[in-house]
Ligand binder design. Structure first.
Ligand code: NAP
Ligand code: ZN
Length: 351
């Protein structure tokens, strides 16, 4: 398999800063698209992976799965895009394409395990996959998205993860004009959840620990903001929401949010991965037929649907553009919830 070197930014160990490095990409095969990366969003999952929060990180690790760029080369059988087109790549770059999930456009639930854009297994080269903090990426056309050309490309990048991760539960639980949706945590995912739920016509609430974000949340389209550390405020919205999307990245108490679900309502966890503390009390769930669910990103068709919806409704992320050399500072700020509301790396800074 022919390959070539590109510049990237990654980390060599759990406690090391990210720094410049060279990585290898495969030469395009018949179905591949080579993309020159213009922008890459900075997801909290990048930080979890760089610091091995979930275990299993293979070093060196090059994060980045909110990728927007331009097509610079296509394989002989590619039909989706041509050289010069804008292209997007999200969290998956491959899956088995044969299992029941893959056959139903649910590649994110591939029964044989999807290939992550980073820290997955590069099927051709054998090593780990490297993400979008790099000059170029080569991806099978099935996993490349068409990007609406009317949108600001830097602000589109976060749609590829933060956008689809919140869009997928909104669609699965059939959110529309009569729905009441609440979002927990106003970060990258949270602010996209507000915009997309609002775009679908729902009443939208934000639960936040940070009173200083109230004005922003209302400007982003929230109808109300509830300070989650204020018990009286939380009690005032008991039984209200049909769907809660919880984006908090670390262990936290879900019980106060369950109380704010309507009968048959669902709290879907998209943020924290792991065991819950304190324990989940089943009493309000049983007495109100309430559910706690999880959801991971979205399939390729659903991601395209979300991008088209954003193109038609002029929805993009609120971003702070940074140079790649500032990524370590950006991670520290993200840990302090000091992001309004997504860092996006201008990949020109890598040159
Ligand atoms: P982010 O930008 O850092 O936002 C997280 C928000 O959660 C913060 O802004 C803060 O909002 C709140 N928060 C942070 N720490 C908290 C704590 N200890 N307790 C309570 N609230 C806290 O992160 P993100 O990029 O949106 O990602 C959120 C999580 O989703 C990450 O764990 C990420 O790995 C995960 N993720 C999952 C998927 C999926 O497919 N399921 C996809 C992408 C990302 P307030 O200040 O408003 O409280
Ligand atoms: Zn992500």
């Amino acid at each position: 398999m022919n390959k070539f070197e590109v510049k990237a930014f990654g980390t060599a160990a759990i406690d090391a800063d990210l720094k410049p490095m060279n990585i290898e990409r495969r030469e395009v095969t018949a179905k591949d698209i080579e993309i020159e990366i213009l922008y890459c969003g900075v997801c909290h999952s990048d930080l979890h992976t760089a610091r091995n929060d979930w275990g299993g990180t293979i070093y060196p690790a090059v994060p980045g799965h909110e990728i927007v760029g331009k097509v610079v080369k296509v394989g002989s059988e590619v039909t989706k895009l041509k050289v010069g087109d804008y292209a997007g790549v999200g969290c998956l770059v491959d899956s088995c394409r044969e299992c029941n999930s893959c056959k139903h456009d649910l590649e994110q639930y591939c029964l044989n395990g999807f290939t992550g854009t980073y820290n997955g297994q590069e099927k051709y080269l054998g090593n780990q996959t490297f993400g979008g903090y790099s000059e170029k990426i080569v991806v099978d056309e099935h996993f490349v998205l068409k990007v609406p050309a009317n949108l600001n490309m830097a602000a589109v990048a976060p749609l590829l993860c933060a956008g689809i991760t919140t869009w997928s539960p909104l669609r699965h639980w059939k959110v529309g004009k009569d729905s009441k949706v609440a979002v927990v945590g106003l970060g990258g995912l949270g602010h996209m959840a507000i915009k997309l739920a609002k775009g679908l016509g729902a009443h939208v609430a934000l639960f936040s620990r940070t009173p200083g974000k109230t004005k922003d949340a209302l400007e982003l389209g929230a109808d109300e903001v509830i300070i989650s550390t204020d018990d009286a405020h939380m009690n005032s919205v008991r039984g209200k929401y049909d769907l809660i999307i919880d984006t908090v990245p670390y262990v936290h108490d879900l019980n106060p949010y369950i109380n704010t679900l309507s009968v048959s309502g669902t709290l879907v966890v998209v943020g924290y991965l792991g065991g819950l503390e304190p324990l989940l009390n089943t009493v309000p769930m049983i007495l109100g037929r309430k559910s706690v669910a999880g959801s991971v990103i979205g399939g390729i068709a659903e991601t395209q649907e979300m991008l088209n919806f954003c193109g038609e409704n002029n929805i993009v992320s609120e971003i702070e553009v940074i140079n790649i050399q500032d990524i370590n500072i950006a991670y520290e700020r993200m840990l302090k919830s000091d992001v309004r509301y997504r860092f996006v790396i201008d990949m020109n800074s890598l040159k």
